[in-house]
Design a protein around this ligand. Structure first.
Ligand code: PEP
Ligand code: MN
Length: 362
């Protein structure tokens, strides 16, 4: 796959012509580990930005919490020796001050920071007037308001080059992933910010190195603008996130295997057939909306009738029966259970709203 070699980040930000790769270890552990890994990554020629966590937010105390300031001079060496740009996570104003002092090119805000509006605001204020690209990871829990709020806070202090990192979300049933991708949430953010680059972090989504290629291909297929992938010169001895890190050689293979599919084609036959298929879909949607209107009206009639007879609108047995029979019928027709369930839950919510409107009128 063609990876962007654009080291002028500001230019890449405005055009995003091909996906960008940020690669490097979860944590900077030693000068040797950092420089070995960086040289191998630079030699493969695919990454433009090197990543390494210097301050590590850990779930439990006592785990490796990063080297701190001394590791920043290793990143300066990476820049000088390999020509890669360097990036690190900042989670406090002190981190920002030190990262800027040590010429870090790109900062990222971690999932455990995005969740805290006070901290995000403080970090944003410390960057007022500074022209540095910021990448903002989604918070751990599955919703986009805080993620979008953090983007707004950085934008309001004048940061021009803001990007987002989709690193997956905590969910109780995340298997086989460490964090569930919930692609629809990231796509919602994309719709809110069509010009902002959004890259994925398949490493923290996967939690294991063997799932990274597939997640990377999915994110390309969904038009994400690149990746941040954890790569360590010897993952088995990594001090953090060992099971999800890949060697620089493995990373090179993953990138070679990825297929960049164009968003559209100029082939005339393709365009004319696609237009026919879309015409068909438009017609189905027309019928669908008509049927939906009929259904909403039928529900209103029932609610009206119940209300006139002073009967409660809420009948749990009937609700369960509707859900059960529709899911079964949907399955017979080849529809997925979750699709039918989601649709009927939305319809049921709407019935409650109708019923409230009717009661209010009364
Ligand atoms: C990281 O990138 O190493 C990291 C700590 O990730 P996250 O904030 O997504 O958990
Ligand atoms: Mn990590």
């Amino acid at each position: 796959m063609q990876i962007s070699k654009q080291t002028n980040l500001l230019k890449w930000w405005s055009k995003k012509d091909s996906p960008i790769l940020i690669a490097g270890p979860c944590s900077a552990e030693s000068e040797k580990q950092v420089l070995d890994t960086a040289h191998q990554i630079a030699n493969s020629g695919q990454a433009t930005i090197f990543r390494a966590g210097v301050w590590k937010p850990r779930t439990r105390p006592g785990s490796f919490e990063g080297i701190g300031v001394p590791a920043l001079s290793w990143l300066q060496k990476v820049k000088k020796e390999t020509g890669l740009l360097v990036s690190t996570e900042v989670a406090a104003t002190f981190h920002v001050e030190q990262a800027l002092k040590h010429d870090v090119d790109v900062l990222w805000i971690g999932a455990r920071t995005t969740v805290n509006p006070f901290l995000v605001q403080e970090i944003a204020e410390s960057l007022r007037g500074v022209d540095i690209p910021i990448l903002i990871k989604n918070p751990i829990h599955a919703e986009i308001a805080l993620w979008d709020g953090a983007i707004e806070r950085f934008s309001k202090v004048g940061i021009k080059n803001i990007g987002a990192i989709h690193r997956g979300f905590f969910s109780p049933n995340s298997a086989p992933f460490r964090n569930t991708p919930f692609w629809d949430l990231a796509i919602e953010l994309m719709r809110l910010h069509p010009d902002m680059p959004i890259i994925t972090d398949p490493s923290h989504m996967a939690g294991r190195s063997d799932l990274i290629e597939k997640l990377s291909q999915t994110s390309l297929d969904l038009n994400f603008d690149g990746f941040i992938i954890e790569s360590h010169n010897n993952p088995s001895v990594a001090l953090s996130d060992a099971s999800q890190q890949v060697t620089p050689q493995h990373l090179e293979k993953i990138m070679d295997n990825l297929l960049l599919k164009p968003e559209t084609s100029s082939n005339k036959e393709y365009l004319s057939h696609l237009s026919k298929l879309r015409g068909n879909l438009n017609k189905i949607d027309e019928d669908f909306l008509e049927i939906l209107t009929r259904r909403v009206n039928a529900v209103r009639e029932i609610e009206d009738f119940k209300s006139k007879n002073n009967v409660s609108a809420f009948e749990i047995k009937r609700l369960n029966e509707i859900l059960k029979t529709r899911i079964l019928r949907g399955a017979e027709l080849g529809l997925s259970e979750s699709l039918v369930e989601d649709i009927y839950n939305t319809l049921i919510k709407n019935s409650f709203q109708l019923q409230t409107e009717i009661t209010d009128k009364k």
